[in-house]
Design a protein around this ligand. Structure first.
Ligand code: NAD
Ligand SMILES: O=C(O)C(=O)C[C@@H](O)[C@H](O)[C@H](O)COP(=O)(O)O
Ligand code: ZN
Length: 369
């Protein structure tokens, strides 16, 4: 089993990565489950496939479970769902010292984490990520949020989990499209900061997406280790280091907003397209070669992710996408820093990008030039 520490002084915790972890959840989480009753907030599909394993382990250890089901999809990261969930947690007498279990992907993790950050000004929670994306990214680092009409993750808090149990066996039931979407956040770590890992992804990405056990465990462990290093250095995204994890997201979140946070474009698909746009825009500014931008595109395309925004059939122009970007949390006194590439494996924050030029670039991309 890989055990990866996230070192944050009084808020430090560990991420366990192994196939079958949920079968022994009562043992792994014992230190945090101080009451007989355990509250589990669960994505409906994750519960359907993996709820029984959790129930069996907790019941054998003398616990009773109260379940709260969350509907699948991005729409659940909303004020309405947040209010319903916090009301339910209050009705179940969750106290500050309790730990709520969040079973599911990034949607359940982000919503539950945010609810726990404000419940009685903060109670504990444990992440039980069941998608590739949530195992490699969203369950680690303490970003929690809901979406609003103005944009993605605009209301939220930093609230670290007490423990993360990434059972890679849960990924065996994940639909192929969701595996591919999660893979976008895996290859992201290579593109932004680790050429060796990018090379590994070029070689083994197809195995990861196909669910190969060894490839998956390597991909999850190396991704979590990369994220843990960055989060330990810049927990609240104040120095610029953590902002690098946003590679592809300025473009990606704008595409998600334009497609209405719907099934038309999953978060990971938006990130994949966004990373390709960031690489191509870096080449447009002569920061990297056109060949390197093409190499990033081919590596992403190889895993079956979308690569061209012209194929999304968007009715908008580049200026409309830039308008979504004006709500980005990285906006600072009217300017928006962009995460661009100096080379594959070396991302940086560019503070002098013209949004008008980005709009022209996006118009070209939307028309397939
Ligand atoms: N907090 C962070 O640092 C962070 C990082 C990356 C992404 N995110 C957020 O995460 C969200 C996306 O997360 P996601 O990609 O996990 O999507 P998701 O939570 O919507 O889950 C994807 C789909 O998989 C299903 N599912 C979950 N586990 C399953 C399983 N084991 N078997 C079968 N089906 C299963 C769900 O029902 C859903 O339909 C976005 O809202 C994004 O903004 C947050
Ligand atoms: O953990 C981070 O920091 C990230 O940026 C990870 C991203 O993959 C994730 O999608 C995050 O929620 C985006 O952050 P946001 O601050 O742009 O909402
Ligand atoms: Zn993301």
């Amino acid at each position: 089993m890989a055990v990866i520490p996230v070192s944050l002084a009084g808020r430090s915790y560990e991420v366990f990565v192994q196939q079958g972890l949920l079968d022994d959840i009562a043992d792994h989480a014992a230190a945090f489950l101080r009451k007989t009753t355990v509250a589990v907030v669960a994505d409906k599909n994750a519960r359907l496939h993996h709820g029984e394993r959790i129930a069996a382990s907790l019941k054998a250890a003398g616990h009773e479970i109260v379940w709260y089901d969350i509907a699948s999809g991005e729409q659940s990261k909303s004020w309405t769902e947040l209010q319903k969930l916090t009301d339910w947690l209050l009705a179940n007498n969750i106290e500050r010292g309790d730990h709520v279990l969040a079973l599911g992907g990034g949607v359940v993790g982000d919503l539950t984490g945010f609810a726990c950050s404000i419940l009685k000004r903060g109670c504990g929670f444990i992440q039980l990520p069941t998608t590739l994306l949530s195992q490699v990214d969203s369950s680690v680092g303490g970003k929690t949020a809901i979406n609003t009409a103005a944009g993605k993750n605009l209301i939220g808090a930093f609230h670290q989990p007490a423990l993360v149990l990434a059972d890679t066996a849960t990924l065996l039931t994940l639909p192929d499209r969701e595996m591919r979407a999660g893979y976008a956040e895996v290859i992201k770590y290579g593109i932004l900061g680790d050429l060796g890992f990018f090379d590994w992804c070029e070689q083994h990405g197809s195995e990861v997406v196909a669910g190969d056990k060894a490839a998956l465990e390597t991909a999850v462990s190396r991704s979590v280790a990369a994220k843990a290093r960055i989060v330990a250095e810049d927990e609240r995204e104040t120095t610029g280091t953590r902002a690098l994890l946003n590679l592809g997201h300025t473009f990606g979140h704008a595409l998600e907003a334009e497609t209405g946070y719907s099934d038309r474009l999953l978060h990971g698909e938006g990130v994949a397209l966004g990373m390709i746009l960031a690489a191509r825009y870096s080449a447009r500014l002569d920061l990297i070669s056109a060949e390197d931008a093409e190499r990033v595109t081919r590596a992403i395309e190889k895993s079956g992710l979308p690569c061209e925004i012209s194929s999304l059939g968007l009715a908008c122009d580049g200026a409309a996408l830039v308008d979504h970007m004006r709500h980005d949390k990285k906006m600072d006194a009217g300017t928006l820093p962009f995460i661009l590439l100096r080379s594959i494996g070396a991302a940086f924050l560019h503070h002098d990008v013209s949004l008008d030029d980005v709009a022209v670039f996006l118009d070209e991309q939307l028309h397939g030039n």
